[in-house]
Design a protein around this ligand. Sequence first.
Ligand code: MF3
Ligand code: CO
Length: 249
Amino acid sequence: MITLKSERQIAMMHEAGKLLAKCHQEIARMIKPGISTLEIDAFVERFLAQHGATPEQKGYQGYQYATCASVNDEVCHGFPRRKRLKNGDIVTIDMVVNLNGALADSAWTYAVGSIPAETARLLEVTKTALYKGIEQAVVGNRLGDIGHAIQQYVEAAGFSVVREFTGHGIGPTIHEEPQILHYGTPGKGLRLKEGMVITIEPMVNVGTWRTKMDANGWTARTADGTLSAQYEHTIAITKDGPLILTEQN
Ligand code: MF3
Ligand code: CO
């Protein structure tokens, strides 16, 4: 079911989102060669507890961690591990914050130490693709407008957009309708209405868009072993345009 949120509900999700953004800022400062994704996960648990929030992903459909931590060719839903990150790696940290029952979801890809120029371009293109999608998240537009803007920009840059994982409505649970495809045809699909809250979260691969699933049943990685990046914001559709809930503003 698609639920339309009241201004009050959106304001509460925005509070959760601001806290999430602050948490990402802390993570950005922690990420260096030698740190492990399990240490980052422990930090997130502590940070959220200190701020009266909880990690909504933990326990969600049996998922065991506060964060998803996807390294290099991992596309999404990587498990935090003891293994240390090394110079030149990229890692996507994805989490859902629950503050007073309101949810916000945001993922960010971080460079570990210094990364090759082509990897930096992957991160830049993926982040810009997210904002191209957000620009289309206005009342009266259709979901295909969001997907098309992302796909067209990413493919023109020579990269590919993952198909098997999508954005989603959010609140009261993590995954609500509608699905937000990061590819599509302009003018097609569901029409956006004031009060919808959705995630836009393009996963962009250097090589093929195809993914394969690890034996753990959660972690997807690129089928060809090339790198994958992801940026995600939670967005409210308002009469004044898209409101990014997972920024510090
Ligand atoms: N934050 C993820 C998303 O963007 C949700 C992951 S569900 C989990 O859709 F169980 F893997 F945490
Ligand atoms: Co997420």
